[in-house]
Design a protein around this ligand. Sequence first.
Ligand code: HPA
Ligand code: ZN
Length: 319
Amino acid sequence: MPLPKAELHLHIEGTLEPELAFALAGRNGVELPFADADALRHAYLFKDLQSFLDLYYGLMTVLRTEDDFADLVDAYLERAAAQGVRHAEIFFDPQAHTARGVTIGTVVEGLARSLDRAEERYGVSTRLIMCFLRDQPAGSALATLEAAKPYLHRITGVGLDSAEAGHPPSKFRAVYDAAAALGLRRVAHAGEEGPPAYITEALDVLGVERIDHGLRCMEDAELVARLARERIPLTLCPLSNVRLRAVDVLEDHPLARMMAAGLMCTVNSDDPAYFGGYVGDTFHAVHEALGLGDEQLRELARNSFLASFLDDDEERRAR
Ligand code: HPA
Ligand code: ZN
């Protein structure tokens, strides 16, 4: 039996496996610039975050209907459940779809169709986190929050993703203030490619409760001490960090040092269709490459529930 765990850093669009991409392309009459699923998979050689994002946004053209989004979530939940995921807090990128003429209603209703049956079909509880694209103008994020208002009963929180460098958290102060006023929880990617100062800004300016990635905190000892003291959860994604070249090889990943420094670490899959594994694969990989033992793997799994947006009763049941 795989270790029960929660997944807190997962972009649903990043679960689009090449085979499903081709199936949806066929269904929707979309031409993909790859001969077949194998050829597509062979294109997954990234030199940095941007080179990944270019392919990630490009492949989304196959997602057009509510059915497509429901099928995408079903495929993810089936794989995640098989690897011990009992709870998933799922990111989605509305602007990546509305920019291509797919309405936010199509996206949310499609996702929700699968999520509404996730407990019963897969034994996985779920939450949705709507991410703003930080390389788009702040006004576009505000418009996205406005467009999401009819669907807020389905959305637990907001996040911030896409190209980080040059797009500091403070750019999104207004939309995070508005989200907080609507009762939404707040997280943000910070310190993946951006500097440690972005982590501090995400905490102090955006009021986030968790930091997605946060890897580069290790460059600032005072920040590490603060994150440890305040028990700020970090949703690390070691396989993503290798594929996007934040670290050269998994053996160099600072996860073990971060745990030893008292940081509240979780491990997650980020974009598993692109980065070579789902969250159970990630647990296995850090065990092999970093020598994390059973007690440390259990700590990571325990942290994933503690850092989740489940309330105490739900959390106990999920574990
Ligand atoms: N970083 C930033 N934005 C993203 C990522 C990521 O790893 N995956 C999908 N959007
Ligand atoms: Zn991410």
